[in-house]
Design a protein around this ligand. Sequence first.
Ligand code: SF4
Ligand code: SF4
Ligand code: SF4
Length: 317
Amino acid sequence: MNTDQIKETIARIFPDVETVICYQQGFDKIHATPYFISMPEQIDKLIWNPLCAQNLTSYLPSIKKKVGIVVKGCDSRTIIQYLQEGLIDREKVVIIGVPCTGVISVKKVLREIGHQPVVEVAFDDSGNIIVTTPEGEKTLAIADICPDKCTTCQYPTPLVYDHLIGDPIQSDKPKEDVYEDIRRFDAKTLEEKKAYWEKELERCIRCYACRNACPMCICQDSCIAETRDPHWISQALSLREKFMFHMIHAVHLAGRCVECGECERVCPMDIPVAKLKKKINAEMKDLFNYEPGVNLDDKPPMYTFNVDEAKIKEHKL
Ligand code: SF4
Ligand code: SF4
Ligand code: SF4
């Protein structure tokens, strides 16, 4: 799975960077976790397999020293978006790109195995994961337990890198399928949409994991969820306050969400929060022909202003 090549590349770049961000085994066999390597002797502990799902680029804006980072295709979109928005210095990042055929949603695996403890995990050459629990072995096709984003992935090969591990992979997923879920949702009536989101957001416990994991959430201490001056939302656990938080979050991501799916991956209540931002992305594509994190030379629509926008009609006041 390219692990040796990644290790060799990290060993080569090491004198040039202070830290390399990659993955190691997590607290059990089914979890990978971020791994910060600060000396070559630590390289051996890194892992690379379809459990390496986290978008590690979230760390980049807050790190001032020169770092190396391992990225998949979808992760690389965040780097491009950061560069478009001037949030990181390209000179301070060494990007190790790894073409990717799909990662695993641990939540989906745990559902499949009835939340049994995981004793062992293995991968075969036919795209399966074999999970051993106290009740025995279960073989699952990775294509059946991947996050939704992988089912329509257009960028399996990183769009920006300094070192590419292995050969580039072309997407075999139809481009027109990317926003198919949004088109289906748009076809619902207003009442149906309202009922859907009320049912979903009712479960939100406002833990803010979705915000914390989002690489493009950059307000930090000034987040509307916490500021008391101005006091945008209260701590009341009402549907109204939950809507307020999620709508503002989604609007702050307008034209900036790189569809990495981290917000959904970390949500303990399984709320499809990425769908809100994807809807806005679909509108951005339609209005400005803009896709976040894809072309280094693009300017995010919300960073520009034209008096006359080709596809936006001003209200006559
Ligand atoms: S969206 Fe694409 S690049 Fe990202 S994890 Fe899935 S298959 Fe890999
Ligand atoms: S992670 Fe889920 S439960 Fe937590 S604030 Fe976000 S949507 Fe709500
Ligand atoms: S809103 Fe969700 S999908 Fe979009 S960039 Fe943030 S974490 Fe990724």
